[in-house]
Design a protein around this ligand. Structure first.
Ligand code: MN
Length: 266
């Protein structure tokens, strides 16, 4: 009898452990559905192309730049609410010697702001998700004119499209070098973004065709940036040429090639 009970307890413990593990594996699983554009790896010796998977977004960190090469995420209607919990903090998933602190940007003589890649408002339905967007690895030094206007207007447009019954897959990042803040953070010359829209539903990768709605922009990180994000529409091909990354490589070649030539609205 007693042996039976021990046996059952052990069995139960294993089943419990197994299911807890499974739940964690599922909830923490976030995939790069449309590819890993720079072939980033979670290998600490790969310090300028280091893969970090947060719950709500994935990024390739560049220690030399003190910022991400690119950040990837997915936004659906249920991610959007009204929260904004200003909670700038180092990305503690990185080794401490790599951290950028929220105050590091304050020494910027030129008034560069901490510009979100994955926007706070794209994770505004739930507090943990919102707080996560304030990790410094999700920030890039952007001029106020870019951060508060042009870049933001495209973010708002994206959420408008999502609210109409779509999901958005986004890659955002910055490139180029026009100096350093505190010898730590590279001030980019440009910030780019690629947004792929699919109607709300499942099996997103399989539903993408050569004419799926796609927006690619490349904006100057300048104080005289035009307010209209549409004036910076470009192609994925051009962003790939500028950055050396390969986007959308999980798609069949013909679909990838077709999408990468599309200039939104043209
Ligand atoms: Mn590509």
């Amino acid at each position: 009898m007693r042996r039976n009970r021990i046996y059952l307890t052990v069995c139960f413990a294993f089943i419990l452990l197994f299911s807890v593990n499974k739940i964690f594996a599922q909830s923490n699983e976030i995939k790069l559905v449309f590819g890993n554009p720079s072939g980033a790896t979670a290998d600490l010796s790969n310090e300028n192309n280091y893969l970090v998977a947060h719950t709500g977004y994935i990024l390739s960190y560049n220690r030399e730049r003190g910022a991400a090469n690119w950040v990837a995420w997915h936004t659906s209607k249920t991610d959007i609410g009204k929260l904004r919990i200003n909670s700038f903090a180092p990305d503690t998933d990185l080794p401490k010697e790599w951290w950028i602190k929220p105050t590091d940007y304050k020494f910027s003589r030129y008034g560069y702001q901490r510009g979100h890649m994955c926007p706070s408002a794209d994770r505004s339905a739930e507090s943990d998700a919102n707080i996560e967007t304030f990790k410094m690895s999700n920030m890039q030094p952007q001029t106020p004119e870019l951060n508060e206007r042009t870049w933001r207007y495209l973010e708002e447009y994206t959420r408008t499209v999502v609210k109409k019954g779509n999901e958005a897959y986004v890659y955002a990042g910055c490139y180029g070098n026009k100096g350093k803040i505190k010898d730590k953070i590279t001030i980019p010359t440009n910030c780019f973004k690629i947004i792929l829209f699919v109607a709300t539903g499942g099996n997103d990768l399989d539903r993408v065709t050569g004419t799926t709605e796609i927006i690619a922009v490349d904006m100057p990180n300048s104080d005289v940036v035009n307010r209209r994000w549409r004036s910076y529409v470009t192609t994925v091909d051009e962003i790939e040429a500028k950055t050396g990354y390969d986007f959308l490589d999980t798609l069949p070649e013909d679909i990838e090639n077709s999408l990468e030539q599309i200039k939104y609205g043209n």
